[in-house]
Every structure is written in C-alpha cells, then in structure tokens.
Write a protein of this length. Sequence first.
Length: 124
Amino acid sequence: MYVKIDFNSDEAIYIQLKNQIIYAIATSHFQEGDNLPSVRDLADYIGINMHTVNKAYTILKQEGYIKLDRRKGAVIAIDINKIQAINDMKDELRSTIAQAICKNISCKEVHEAVDDIFSEFERR
C-alpha cells in the first residue's frame, strides 16, 4: 500500500491517512473484502505511532468504510446506506459552498469543479 504523508501539513496525520484510504477505495485500488495492512505494519511502513494508524482505522470503521475483524484485521467493507451518505455529504458541502459564494464562485463553476473531481474517480 502506497501512502504519502506530509509531515509539514497542518492536517493531522491520522486524517491524511484516513483520506488516502478513502481515495484508494474510490479509485478501486481497494475493493470490498480487501485487507488493509495491520496497524503495526502500516505504522512501521510510514514511520508513525501505531495509535495514529489505529485512530484512522477507528474513524474509517465509524464512517462505514472498513470493518475490524479479530482474525483478518481491517477489511474494506463499504457501508451501503446511500441516503445517510448523501445527507452527510450535503452537511459537509454546505460550508464549502458558503465559502465559494463568498468568493463569488458561481453555481455553474461549482458544478464544473464537482464534475472534474468526480471524473477523477470514475471506474473504467
């Protein structure tokens, strides 16, 4: 598993790790049922504390991206609750769209940006 952590970023390491795993799922680098590295292995690979990896995994579990199995470890298990996912996404987008409006970014420009980003994740 390739992980790139920016140790100079203001974003917490566990959030960077969580986001990179979500990105890997979205781009099909991870599929339903795939195992993630153990907490210890990933921490050693990146050169970070095991608690940081554990925190990222815990959040991924809470958000419905993985399940933790005593025998298999962390396994990709996408939560299929689409209505809740849409509502959560709307909540997260409200702040971003408010910021866009303050910067005079039009609805059309927002849609174009979303389309551009979404196309990065389209499965081939």
